[in-house]
Design a protein around this ligand. Structure first.
Ligand SMILES: NC(=[NH2+])NCCC[C@H](N)C(=O)O
Ligand SMILES: [Mn+2]
Ligand SMILES: [Mn+2]
Length: 390
């Protein structure tokens, strides 16, 4: 029996030059040597794979943070006569506090601890144009919003020129005007993933609210400019992206005219209904395939926190029920991170004044985690609320 198996081993192990007078201990020695060689081989194979990974790992992320505390793109209330249309109207306050709240939750430190280099450029300073509420061509505060967005455009393009990725902390979603056009100025071949309960593609003529945070996409899409009149303050905005390179995730509050634009332009969109049916992975992967079929474009992630369910992020100005859950939001961020091509992320519409303070902090913590995932692909550990310095 031993002789037979020795014979087989002999043939297996020493096929090339089988010694004739082989004994058990020498076979074991040979076998050991073979195993050792095999393990060396496997090890070097592992090392090769590892080296491959190291090579493919992108250079350390350099992130530039800018605060864009703009509030003039959102609904207005009259603090004294809430239902009057007189001249005391003021935009909802609170979204301007979001950048500092996120900083207070150690946003930069979290990103650094995940291996990124972070430079905080501070908050842009916006000045309101006097007597600007007057609805000009269907837009409220057009000059104020226009001027602020020009500043955002310049800042975003300068930071991109420095070789850094950009994180724009809004503010309301009208900051998308400056942010996307600043991105397109430097990288013409960009693709836009708009994560939001709303498509924000009203034009000044179709918007029923006149609020510019519901319109930025219409100013940016190349196929729509004929519908957007030259609004004073916004003349500088050049349509810079084709509807083919835009996709929406999380829609569930779409105005009638917006629906028509999405249909006629064939803009890729995955509503909450679609996400329920397909799963978030499939929705986001398909969206990216559609807007960036060759996988080469620079990705712009415009993330409106109202895409999440108001039970998770109640601190926002236009909440809509039945939104994304936390896990789904993290999945979107991870898939976008995995492209390694996200150059700009906007995080908008977080309004700490519209919920209880502890709910506002939780909303902001969720937001920090989503940002960390989108820029570094990594999870973070929650800071304890006692550590928070606001
Ligand atoms: N960024 C937002 N939260 N937009 C809400 C827009 C709501 C509505 N569609 C409007 O045009 O006013
Ligand atoms: Mn939005
Ligand atoms: Mn929204």
């Amino acid at each position: 029996m031993i002789g037979m198996s020795l014979g087989i081993l002999n043939r297996l192990l020493l096929r090339t030059s089988p010694p004739l007078d082989i004994n058990a201990s020498s076979v074991i020695l040979f076998a050991k040597e073979r195993l050792w060689r095999l393990s060396r081989l496997l090890e070097s194979d592992d090392k090769r794979k590892f080296r491959h990974k190291v090579l493919r790992r992108p250079p350390t992320q350099n992130i530039g943070i800018i605060g864009a505390p703009l509030v003039y793109g959102q609904p207005s209330i009259d603090p004294i006569f809430p239902f009057s249309q007189l001249n005391l109207l003021q935009p909802l306050q609170g979204a301007c506090a979001a950048p500092d709240l996120l900083r207070g939750l150690r946003l930069a430190e979290v990103l650094k601890s995940k291996g990124a280099n972070v430079k905080d450029y501070g908050n842009l300073e916006f000045r309101a144009v006097p007597n600007d509420f007057a609805v000009v061509l269907g837009c409220n505060y057009a000059r104020t919003v226009g001027r602020a967005n020009k500043q955002i455009q310049d800042e975003v393009s300068n930071i991109l020129k420095n070789g850094e990725s950009v994180l724009v902390l809004g503010g309301d979603h009208s900051v998308g005007l400056g942010s996307v056009s600043g991105h397109a100025k430097i990288r013409q071949d960009m693709a836009l993933l708009w994560v939001d309960a709303h498509p924000d593609i009203n034009t000044p003529l179709t918007s029923t609210s006149g609020n510019l945070h519901g319109m930025p996409v219409s100013f940016l899409v190349k196929e729509l400019p004929h519908l957007s009149p030259r609004v004073p303050g916004l003349e500088w905005v050049e349509p810079c992206i084709s509807s083919r390179n835009i996709a929406y995730i999380g829609l569930r509050s779409v105005d009638l005219q917006e629906k028509m634009f999405l249909r006629t332009l064939g803009i890729c969109n995955f509503t909450m209904e679609d996400i329920k049916e397909l799963g978030i992975d499939t929705a986001v992967t398909n969206a990216l395939d559609r807007i960036d079929p060759e996988g080469k474009r620079s990705i712009h992630l415009s993330f409106d926190v109202d895409a999440l369910d108001p039970l998770i992020i109640p601190a926002t100005g236009t909440p809509v029920p039945n939104g994304l859950d936390f896990r789904q939001a993290l999945t979107i961020a991870r898939i976008v991170y995995n492209t390694r091509r996200m150059s700009v992320m906007d995080v908008v519409e977080l309004n700490p004044l519209l919920s209880t303070p502890s709910a506002a902090i939780r909303s902001a913590q969720v937001t920090v985690e989503i940002i960390a995932r989108a820029f570094t692909g990594k999870r973070m550990r929650y800071p304890s609320i006692r550590d928070v310095d606001i």
